[in-house]
Design a protein around this ligand. Structure first.
Ligand code: PMP
Length: 359
């Protein structure tokens, strides 16, 4: 072993993102991306973008984007922080808010980046278990802790909690920061943004990657009290000041302006989700009640891993997690109607005969 090797920061289990095939002809239902293009205003702004302006640094405060988000969410611009996807925002939040030395809390089954950031920043953590139906138990968050983060709706379970749950967790945790990761909130569930006026220790994180069809642009944000946003900015400016590039600022702002397209796309995905869930259930799957743009499904007779592999042979990619408690589940992103029909047809070929399933 070389002497310097012991100085290198190692992460035991780095985050593993969903597979990104280079072949665009595959049916990609594995990363909860939106199957529809970004809003027409985004396309237009992209076409009209002045390439020569790229010689300049982007606006340090990303005001154009922040102002649009603040207007849409009816908060002050000083309550908004933007980042390179919500991953960047949440990573910054861990670095900024979770410094007590006490364990932070998040569920055992949730977004698999939380434990990676905790490891990276050497933040101790505990993971209370979801109940057997994958519901989060509020009593688990009553103990002394260094901060809390949970996704609502949760991923990969797709299940949402109500504002009463969030309020209860906040009431029991007024001395620490509580982060609600709302990556999928636009597809169902109630946003905790409405609680911000009451709780100055609440941080609500959202993203442009799912409901706004802009995963490739990398835009995420959080909303919190001015004091918390200022703390985040101080840390961010001490690390990398120009995180938001010109295109992300401009196109992100255009996306927020087009509310009609935004709601239309969401409605389409929700309708396809309803249809897909019915179809999967007819094929012997059980799906959690989804408030997201994906379904979390298990089959009564065929192992999830086998289904995953057989779908992949047919160039249909869904997500399977080799993790205790959820290794017999598939996370299936809601695509277009056509993509979901293709999935259902492939499953009809793959799954054992319906008579055998019921018999
Ligand atoms: N939170 C959750 C729960 C997610 O599933 C994801 C997507 N992988 C993210 C945050 C991060 O998304 P992005 O960085 O694209 O905004």
């Amino acid at each position: 072993m070389k002497a310097w090797e012991k100085n290198i920061r190692t992460i035991k289990h780095p985050y593993v993102a969903g597979y990104q095939p280079k072949d665009y002809s595959v049916t990609k239902l594995n990363a909860n991306e939106n199957p529809y293009p970004p809003a027409p205003g985004v396309v237009k702004a992209m076409e009209e973008f002045e390439t020569s302006s790229l010689r300049l640094y982007p606006a340090l405060n990303a005001d154009e984007l922040i102002d649009e988000i603040a207007h849409f969410k009816q908060v002050k611009p000083s309550q908004v922080f933007v980042g390179v996807g919500s991953d960047d925002v949440i990573g910054m939040c861990f670095l900024t808010y979770f410094n007590s030395g006490k364990p932070i809390l998040f569920p055992d089954i949730t977004y698999s980046f939380y434990d990676v950031w905790a490891d990276l920043y050497r933040i101790p953590y505990e993971c209370p278990k979801l109940d057997e139906k994958f519901h989060i138990k509020k009593e688990d968050y009553y103990k002394d802790n260094g901060g809390i983060i949970f996704a609502n709706p949760n991923a990969p379970t797709s299940i949402a909690v109500g504002l009463d749950f969030i309020r209860d967790v906040l009431e029991h945790n007024q001395d620490v920061i509580v982060i609600v990761d709302e990556a999928y909130i636009d597809f169902g569930g109630e946003s905790a943004v409405s609680l911000l006026e009451e709780y100055d220790n609440l941080v609500v994180v959202q993203t442009f990657s799912k409901s706004r069809s802009l995963a490739g642009l990398r835009v995420g944000y959080c909303i919190a009290s001015e004091e918390l946003i200022q703390a985040l900015n101080t840390v961010k400016f001490s690390y990398n000041s120009y995180t938001m590039n010109m295109l992300a600022i401009k196109l992100g702002a255009e996306s927020v302006k087009d509310t009609e397209y935004f709601y239309q796309t969401i409605d389409k995905i929700i309708a396809t989700r309803t249809w897909s869930k019915e179809q999967l259930e007819q094929l012997g799957f059980t799906c959690m009640d989804s408030s997201t743009n994906f379904l979390f499904a298990t089959h009564k007779s065929m192992a999830a891993k086998e289904i995953f592999e057989k779908l992949q042979e047919r160039k249909i990619y869904v997500r399977h997690f080799d993790k205790e408690r959820i290794d017999n589940y598939l996370r299936i992103t809601i695509g277009t109607d056509q993509q979901m029909e293709q999935l259902v047809n492939a499953l009809k070929e793959i799954l054992p005969d319906e008579k055998n399933i019921n018999g």
